[in-house]
Design a protein around this ligand. Structure first.
Ligand SMILES: Nc1ncnc2c1ncn2[C@@H]1O[C@H](COP(=O)(O)OP(=O)(O)OP(=O)(O)O)[C@@H](O)[C@H]1O
Length: 134
């Protein structure tokens, strides 16, 4: 019997219903993120503003690609940061220097992604704002 047969056997039956449910859970995750994380809401407002600006200046396809990538990247990092914070609180609700360090490093990841996104935004929009060749 080929090895991959056992692999698929142990994975269980493929189910369209289960796949649809996994989408539902993921959307629930987006709902939790926007409901509980103020930073995610700020990012949403900033993203909408930048998208409106993109349409206003009719930016190029390659510029949209960078914009979409940086917007989604910050959301991804924010979601992972929220997971880490929730897990840390679940494991150890009391104050602990190690938990503090873990949360600080997770917050650093969000900050780094946000700085990167802001720089990409500036590189795209400054030429449009000052009518420079982009
Ligand atoms: N259990 C803990 N032990 C030690 N320090 C902690 C603990 N919980 C939080 N801290 C410190 O407080 C900071 C803020 O933690 P908190 O969980 O409030 O995140 P937050 O500021 O609400 O983050 P976000 O804005 O992403 O929701 C952490 O980065 C960490 O330095």
């Amino acid at each position: 019997m080929p090895l991959y047969f056992f692999h698929f056997y142990y994975m269980g039956q493929f189910s369209v219903k289960d796949r649809i449910m996994s989408f539902k859970y993921a959307f629930k995750g987006i709902y939790f993120l926007l409901k509980e994380e103020h930073n995610a809401r700020i990012h949403l407002v900033a993203s909408l503003f930048v998208v409106i600006l993109g349409f206003y200046f009719r930016i190029k396809a390659a510029e949209w690609q960078w914009l979409i990538f940086s917007i989604s990247f910050v959301f991804v990092v924010e979601a992972l940061n929220t997971c880490i914070e929730n897990l840390a609180d679940f494991i150890h609700l009391d104050q602990h220097p190690q938990i503090g360090k873990i949360k600080d490093i997770a917050a650093a990841a969000v900050l780094i992604s946000a700085i990167g996104a802001a720089l990409i935004g500036l590189i795209i929009f400054i030429p449009y704002l000052y009518d420079l060749p982009s």
